[in-house]
Design a protein around this ligand. Sequence first.
Ligand code: BGC
Length: 747
Amino acid sequence: MKHLKLFSACLIMLPFLACTHQGMKVDTIENKVEELLGKMTLQEKIGQMNQLSPNGNIDEMAGLIKEGKVGSLLNLTDPELVNRVQEIAVKKSRLGIPVLMSRDVIHGYKTIFPIPLGQAATFNLEIVEAGARVAAIEASSDGIRWTFAPMIDVSRDARWGRMAESCGEDPYLNAVMGAAMVRGFQGDSLSDPTAMAACAKHFVGYGAAEAGKDYNSTFIPERVLRNVYLPPFEAAAKAGCATFMTSFNDNDGVPSTGNAFILRKVLRGEWNYDGMVVTDWASATEMIAHGFCKDAKEAAWKAVNAGVDMEMVSGSFLGNLEALVKEGKVSGKTIDDAVRNILRLKFRLGLFDNPYVVTDQKVKYAEEHLAKAKEAAGESVILLKNADEVLPLKDKVRTVAVVGPMADAPHDQMGTWVFDGEKDHTQTPLKALQEMYGDRVQVIYEPGLAYSRDKNIAGIAKAVAAARRADVVLAFVGEEAILSGEAHSLADLSLRGAQSELVEALSKTGKPVVTIVMAGRPLTIGKEVEESAAVLYSFHPGTMGGPAIAELLFGEMVPSGKTPVTFPKMVGQLPVYYAHHHTGRAPSGKETLIDDIPLEAGQTSLGCSSFYMDAGFGPLFPFGYGLSYTTFGYDKLVLSADKLKTGDVLTASVNVTNTGKYAGTEVVQLYVQDKVASVTRPVKELKGFQRVALQPGETRTVIFSLPVSELAFWNIDMKKVVEPGDFKLWLGTNSDEGLSAEFEVID
Ligand code: BGC
């Protein structure tokens, strides 16, 4: 009884007190935050809200740190400097609050994993989580305890260079991948010295930049925001993501950094988020350029009142918040709430107990990190075509011609957003082929072009000559790392430089050409696909891309990657994505295409449906597409019920058989369509996937559990509900092919 009373007392006192298992009371983080906050001057509070980038020069910042005017630094990667900064903060500032060290550790720190778009192509949450864990272990060994990742902007326009950093076009895929990255970065506990606080970015809608041009405005209505762009962020918040970053775009006229609807109403109000919100780089003062704020003072005022806690680099908080509080434009409570969020994170990270980093840790490029990076790279590669089973390379292949500017591009294969990976550690396909398979095949290397934008065709003849001497041509083409990423939008997505001429010339030799594309986005490679016997699409695969691709070519690994975005045939199809809504005029596929329209044809609406006369109906490759060296058969789709209530869980199962000669892994995908609703709904939406490894001849029953609640969406009344009615479900190998069944949700 006594115990029960003590327990109830503790419950009432929560969140201020916590009970240990012995019933003893201990200070919670909230208590510590309040205690510290109570001691802080207004200037010290505002100082915590300030993040600066010292560019390696901490002497300039030392004075500010001593005065308690810096809450966080970004881009300091020398552990000795990190410790010096912490010593100043802890020993010389009045309250001894440690500084939070941050960095963009996006897809690896030293050991570089595939770009996030490539990681998404694995459809493997374990390997993605493991990649983030490796990044955290390596980066935290240099004192970095906060990364600006995952980037979970739904990206449906490949012109946008930052698609490379995202997990592609699908809300569900971004949600589950983002949550896996959060788990990996943060580990089991934020207070573990190898944990990095994650940052869900960019909140929100940045991926819908008009015409794929970076920083451009977005026009996302609330329902689409809630149904498509917000779910990955809600999933990140649920996964315990420690921080959020506002985005650069203005949506429907309101820059995110000054958007109280997303920051206060949705994030804090609806999701009860108690983490910390940071601006993007200078996005507070960029509200002046947007024409949303007159000056830095107004920017600080609007950002803080909208719900921002910390400002990245532009200094408008430090310079103006004190005056704004005195003028009554920002309340003391607003400042206190922001500082609470910052201090809470620092306590959660254990920074007060252990602000210093242990130098000389030997974790970078550890064997097991490289092994995981290779696994991730291998699983990220998508087999788009394999005519006559040219892959895997057979024993009779004695000579391979290795051609193309990406065959030996150690810097470029790491991809965008790499600050710390070193090209000397990159293993390229050329080196891997020579080292791993040099005793089995003769490797003739003739790049043909020096780099992806190279227009000098002088070397193509030599590459062609090499091809003539070989049994198979391996053509490595694509994009240099710098052609994707932030501020690297493109209006033309064809292969750059003379790469297309190179592939054409190689194919004219009559030798089987295996084209391997390394890029930061889907490129419009329809012509090169036609000209090649086989195509492997590898987004920039990172440090271990070479060995992974070599093993795939020789069949030691079997491709299992699937497209995380729809591949367009032409740029003019963008934005293109599978989960578009039903139009009133779906194409039948029989409409007249441009070359078949007769001269002086009378006015018709050409079949009266929604399609392009030149690009036709579909994309180059649909979402979720990817072949294997083996083949998979699907049969016996069974649903647990054909009528379900909103609280029920639907079980859907299908038999998947490996019908080919190789052991392989299939990504079985579950899609659902809500047939009639109070607002139009996507033609189908991904609701689940499973990777299933099968031996030749093996059959497995793959079972999905789908809570009916997962069918909820924001309806005509802007309420998130499951609307009763008819649904269609598919289990299949990509978003375009699968077995289907129907069910009904009843009241
Ligand atoms: C990017 C962010 C990044 C920040 C800090 C900005 O330009 O948009 O994604 O985290 O810089 O480097």
